[in-house]
Write a protein that binds this ligand. Structure first.
Ligand code: C5P
Length: 229
């Protein structure tokens, strides 16, 4: 597991400051498999940020799209044109919506988000939905059958998702905290090695890298931890 082409590490570039984003992106690119552009950076800086980052590493564009199939298909084409390699949509948008995105952007890996980990089972009940443990494997299997190339899920769900979708698709896991780092606002976290052992193909790390005094060194430490796991 050496070199950026095989690194499972995705660094989240969560900032609305173009200079800071470019500087972190340049620093971490040698260690990361992909770089994540999320809603904050995309909304503040525009689609050009995808092309800028894509000059360094493939871009995971985390927009969590959820709309009617035609609209999501149009956005998926625009994401492909902007230079995204991976794009997130909500599995809850349904099989037709996931299929429309996959068909519209065949060169982009469509990742389906199952249930937001900010929602606990009481929150889900309040919006008329079953508990996460019941929904997540079902949504994951549905999305992959519809053409998704992967799933985004929390560390708590990764083993069940891997079992539901098989070995051939990406399982991308945020909520990762290297041993000894601050948990922040996550209620459930896993170390990089534990997430990969449970079945993740990629891990997403944001603040433990972007908030570090030396982001490149923080990435190198994560990759080293994985090599020796
Ligand atoms: O907490 P951290 O800064 O490492 O988060 C990294 C990224 O993972 C953020 O961009 C956040 O949007 C995303 N994330 C997510 N689902 C979670 C937790 C974080 O998509 N449950």
């Amino acid at each position: 597991m050496t070199g950026q082409d095989t690194s499972p590490l995705i660094v989240a570039l969560d900032t609305d400051d173009r200079g800071r984003l470019n500087s972190i992106a340049r620093a971490v690119a040698p260690h990361a498999g992909l770089l994540k552009v999320g809603l904050q950076a995309f909304t503040a800086l525009g689609p050009g940020v995808v092309a800028d980052v894509a000059r360094l590493r493939p871009v995971f564009l985390d927009l969590k799209l959820h709309d009617i199939p035609t609209t999501v298909a149009g956005a998926a084409v625009a994401a492909a044109d902007a230079g995204a390699t991976m794009l997130t949509v909500h599995a809850a948008g349904g099989a037709a919506m996931v299929a429309a995105a996959a068909k519209a952007a065949p060169d982009v890996t469509i990742l389906a988000v199952t249930v937001l980990t900010s929602l606990d089972d009481d929150d889900l009940a309040a919006v008329g939905q079953p508990p996460a443990a019941e929904q997540v494997p079902r949504l994951a299997a549905m999305a992959v059958a519809a053409g998704a190339g992967g799933i985004v899920c929390s560390p708590a769900e990764v083993a069940a998702v891997r079992e539901a979708v098989g070995r051939d698709v990406a399982v991308v896991v945020p909520g990762i905290r290297p041993a000894g780092s601050a948990i922040g606002d996550h209620s459930r976290v896993a170390t990089p090695a534990a997430a990969l052992a449970a079945g993740a193909s990629h891990i997403v790390v944001g603040r433990p890298v972007t908030g570090a005094h030396d982001p490149a060194a923080a990435c190198a430490a994560i990759v080293a931890e994985l090599q020796w796991a």
